[in-house]
Design a protein around this ligand. Structure first.
Ligand code: AMP
Ligand code: MN
Ligand code: MN
Ligand code: MN
Length: 281
């Protein structure tokens, strides 16, 4: 029997635009049967998503997408099936949230130097009192007419060598995987084809990730092309990693990613869910 899994999504508890309830309802309506909520660096949407999933009759996997600095680059590690109360994970995420608050002020100062005033305030307004991210700055820059859409913002601002760039000081790789394992979860490298790493660097990342207990690679992702998926499937085979599948959905405004539309995982790969207890969560 084919079950529809989507193991990477965002709500407005981080940089998505739907509430956890609206996300769960939309996923259920699109045919998703097992949904992971994986907001950036926060578990604050899990409680609401759980209730909504119960009402909608689908299974909710508690997750989080952790920001990691590896080799001076930002890498995302998706945590699946974590205990949201686990102390080390909670403390680690709090530290990343504090860095986000400081970084938001710093991004505002950098943009002011480039003649853009009020960005931190504007971004805070878009963040609606929860976790603040570059996406909220991007919404503000679109709002004031500095770029036509989010993609255009991330070409002209907020990235290396452009106004508003601030380097990440996120979790270490070993540290993040440690929090996830201590919380009983599985660690998965998110959208591996998106980092612009050379093949050898990506292999080094995977080797280090495995050494500290990482288990999975997101082979099917809303941000992967067909070619990316084939490449990442070979990598998962060669490195003996479990395969994950997630849309990285952020809301209906991003028209190029919709819930319920992902291709299946290649049949010979072992999916991350193979190891899960069937009736947990
Ligand atoms: P942050 O974690 O605050 O640094 O923000 C990173 C987020 O920005 C990612 O999770 C994406 O949602 C968003 N983002 C990054 N690059 C792009 C892009 N080219 N187009 C749209 N959104 C992007
Ligand atoms: Mn995001
Ligand atoms: Mn990501
Ligand atoms: Mn994501």
């Amino acid at each position: 029997m084919f079950t529809h899994y989507d193991l990477h999504t965002h709500s407005r508890q981080s940089d998505g635009t739907l509430t956890p309830t609206a996300l769960v309802e939309r996923a259920a309506a699109a045919g998703v049967e097992v949904l992971a909520l994986t907001d950036h660096d926060t578990l604050s949407g899990i409680g609401e998503a759980r209730s909504a999933a119960r009402a909608a009759g689908i299974r909710l996997i508690p997750g989080v997408e952790i920001s990691v600095t590896w080799n001076r680059q930002t890498i995302h590690v998706v945590a699946l099936n974590v205990d949201p109360e686990a102390p080390a994970l909670r403390a680690g995420l709090e530290r990343l949230q504090e860095f986000r608050v400081w970084r938001a002020e710093e991004i505002g100062r950098q943009l002011a130097k480039a003649g853009i005033e009020g960005a931190t305030e504007g971004a805070r307004r878009h963040a609606q009192g929860v976790l603040i991210s570059r996406t909220h700055f991007a919404h503000y820059l679109v709002e004031i007419g500095r770029a036509k859409d989010l993609r255009a913002v991330f070409r002209k601002f907020l990235v290396r060598n452009k106004p508003g760039h601030v380097s990440g000081q996120w979790a270490g790789l070993e540290e993040a995987v440690g929090w996830i394992r201590a919380a009983g979860g599985q660690a998965v490298i998110a959208h591996p084809a998106r980092y612009r790493l050379t093949g050898s660097k990506l292999r080094r990342l995977i080797a280090e990730f495995r050494d500290c207990g990482g288990e999975g690679l997101e082979v099917v992702s809303g941000s992967h092309s067909q070619q990316d998926m084939h490449n990442m499937a070979s990598l998962a085979r060669q490195c003996g990693l479990l395969a994950s599948r997630g849309s990285d959905y952020h809301g209906p405004e991003n028209a190029w990613i919709e819930l319920g539309r992902l291709p299946a995982l290649p049949a010979d790969l072992t999916p991350v869910w193979q190891a899960w207890p069937q009736h947990a969560a």
